[in-house]
Structures are given as C-alpha cells and as structure tokens.
Design a protein around this ligand. Structure first.
Ligand code: PMP
Length: 387
C-alpha cells in the first residue's frame, strides 16, 4: 500500500513523539503473567504487572475458564442486552455483589469501559463532575463523554473540593476518584471525601482498580478497609488486576445498576465478555475472598520493598502494591528501565501523558508471587542505578 494521507500525519506525529523521548513500543511476552516472564528470549523478573496476587496463571482460575469454554464456547455473540448474556454472567454478578456486600453489581468488558460508561450514564450536560487531578484516564474520558461540566480539583485536596462544590451549582453533582492512585500508589482521603459529599448532597464514585484484592480484610478494597462501603454511591473494581482475568464491575444500589445497564454506551453497544472469562473471574473472587495467606504474602513483599527503598533514600510508604521511583525526564526513565533490564528486571518507564510532565518514572508493581529474592534483586538493581 502506498503512502496515504494518514501516513503523512503518522510520520510527522511519530517524529515529534520520538524527539521528545515519548515513543512507545510493544514487547510481546512468550509466557503467562507471573513473577518470571519470557521476553525476547530472556527470562526477566516482572515488576510491571498488575497481577498483584499471581492469579493470572492460577490452576483453579484456568480450570474454571476451561470448563466454561467447553460448556459455553468462545465468543459471546452479542451485547448482553441482545443475546450475549448467560447464567455465568449472572452468577458472577451475584458473586461480586456478595463479595462487595453491595445490593447489586454490573459487569463491564474492562475497567476503562466501566468508568466511561458509568459516568456517561449517571450525569449529562446539566450536571457537574468533580475529578481528582491524578485520576485515571478512563475517569477523565468518562467526564468527557458525559458532557457534564468538569471541575478538576488538586490531587487529594479535600478543602479545594469543598470550595469547588460550594461554588458550582448543578442539577446533579458527582465526585469521582481513584482510591489507590495508579501511578503513585497513594490513597484518596476517602473518609474526608465522604464527609464533603454528604455536606453538599453530592454523589461519590470511586475506582478501586488497584485496591481490590490488595486492601481490606477480605480484599474488597479501601472502602472495606475504612468501613465506608455503604457510604459510597458507586464502587468500581477491575477483574483485570488482582483477580488476574479481564473485565470490571460496578457495585451500587439496584436502581443505579439498572440505570447504568440501560444507558452505558460501552455496555449497550459492545459484545459481552466471554462466559469463560466470567467463570475464571468467579474462581478468582473465591480465592481473593478466602485466601488470606496470599494477601499476607503480598503485604510482606510490599513492606520489604518499602523498607529497602527507604534505606536507599527514597520516600516510600507501604500503602499499596505500587511504588513509583520518579526520575524526571522521559529519556532518563527509559535509560533507567534499560539498565534494570540488563540486570534481568522488567520495570517499565512511565512517561507523559500517563503521568504529568517532569515526573517520568519507573513504576514497580509487587505481587504475592514474588519471592523475597525477587524483591531484593529489584532493590539491588535500583541501588546500582545511583539515582
Ligand atoms: N482505573 C484505573 C485506576 C486503572 O489503573 C485502570 C487500568 N490501568 C483502569 C481503571 C482500567 O482498567 P482495565 O485495564 O480493566 O480497562
């Protein structure tokens, strides 16, 4: 195929990305997710996966997927509202609602789809959304698709949010936040956010993508840990991270779930998750809820890594499985990642627009499947970088 008009656009824009150290590329794995992965013929210790509990390759999760693959086939054929829904989807929603101690749960094909669809379903042009400055891109895109007026408040700044709510009247007002921020691993001030929302009659939607399976006595996230599950209007969780599968869900009151099912465009206009993945997710929920030893292993690794980072002079609180090591410019982050790679460590450089300009970083994600030896290797690798 010859050069098309779009080829010219692509070449110009890619030149610009390359010159700023922002070009991205794919690196295919030749293995399942796990603490050790095969990449380009090498075996590397994986510190970039969100598979926090090591369930992506779990035998019982795989077995559940295989059984449902046999009973229900591969593709789901249509959107859930057409003929893509199955008893397996329904059972998973009931299981998730029970796990989250919520009235109802609703599945989405991804966390991205859940956030975009739920925001667009709940608020519209007459409404206002208040969004933390470091919220995940899917919440930001949900604000855009909803066409609600969007007020971005400074990261975790409850007083600024309070002032913004006081000065922004609207038909409906919705506050949205990650509970564990995806690139920094810190927590939203959830108790204070609940208080401010109550004071202003605003609804609160929280994204527990990086908290589910990691925080809370049964792994039901920061809301569970703080005893606030009933105080939040909509809680979103992903099945793609600690559960090791794919997809996501919201949990909320039955009327909210019914409205979102009727309106969310990513749900109405997209083919349903395959039943096999729903069955796999159900098996993963059982493990997350009942296998406390797995979460305890993750937290032992988190504490070990955080202590090691502090002894290297980095500020590192053990708050979640995510640890950023900020290096600044994108080129520096890429060369640091390359140096770690030469020591057998897979740690990706995270650059704008995923993080703000000047805060490019190495992002370490820990897993219950890492050994102490793996954690120590990461620390040794960082020490050798002399950042
Ligand atoms: N929310 C947050 C906070 C995330 O980090 C992510 C994934 N990176 C998502 C939502 C999207 O989830 P998914 O990957 O399942 O689409």
């Amino acid at each position: 195929m010859g050069a098309t008009v779009a080829t010219g656009w692509a070449l110009a824009d890619m030149d610009s990305l390359s010159s700023r150290g922002l070009k991205r590329f794919l690196e295919p794995l030749d293995s399942p997710q796990g603490p050790l992965v095969r990449v380009g013929g090498e075996t590397l210790v994986n510190f970039s996966s969100n598979d926090y509990l090591g369930l992506a390759a779990s035998p019982s999760v795989r077995a559940a997927a295989i059984a449902a693959l046999e009973s229900h086939g591969v593709g789901s054929g249509a959107s859930r509202l057409v003929v893509g829904d199955t008893t397996v989807h329904q059972r998973l929603e009931a299981r998730l609602a029970a796990f989250e101690r919520a009235e109802a749960a609703l599945l989405f094909n991804s966390g991205y789809a859940a956030n975009v669809g739920t925001l667009q379903a709940l608020v519209g042009p007459e409404d206002a959304v208040f969004s933390d400055a470091l919220n995940h891109a899917s919440l930001i895109d949900g604000c855009r698709l909803s066409r609600a007026r969007t007020v971005v408040y400074p990261h975790a700044d409850v007083e600024a949010l309070d002032r913004a709510l006081a000065s922004t009247p609207a038909r409906r007002r919705l506050v949205v936040t990650d509970t564990v921020f995806s690139m920094d691993g810190d927590h939203a001030p959830l108790r204070e956010l609940v208080g401010v929302c109550r004071a202003h009659g605003a609804a609160l939607l929280v994204d527990e993508a990086h908290a589910t399976g990691v925080l809370g006595s049964r792994g039901a996230g920061l809301c569970e840990e703080l005893g606030l599950s009933d105080a939040v209007d909509v809680r979103m969780g992903t099945l793609s991270k600690a559960f090791g599968v794919l997809g996501a869900y919201i949990c909320a009151s039955r009327p909210v779930v019914e409205l979102v099912l009727n309106r969310a465009r990513p749900l109405v206009f997209s083919t349903a998750l395959p039943a096999a993945l729903c069955a796999a997710a159900g098996a993963a929920v059982d493990i997350v809820e009942h296998d406390d030893a797995l979460r305890a292993r993750l937290w032992r690794n988190i504490r070990r890594f955080s202590q090691g980072l502090r002894s290297l002079g980095f500020a590192a609180e053990p708050r979640s499985a995510i640890f950023p090591v900020i290096v600044g410019e994108p080129g520096l982050a890429v060369s640091a990642a390359r140096a770690l790679r030469s020591k057998g460590l897979l740690v990706k450089a995270i650059r704008p627009p995923t993080v703000p300009e000047g805060t490019s970083r190495l992002r370490f994600c820990l897993s219950a499947a890492h050994t102490e030896g793996h954690v120590d290797l990461a620390l040794e690798g960082l020490r050798s970088l002399r950042l």
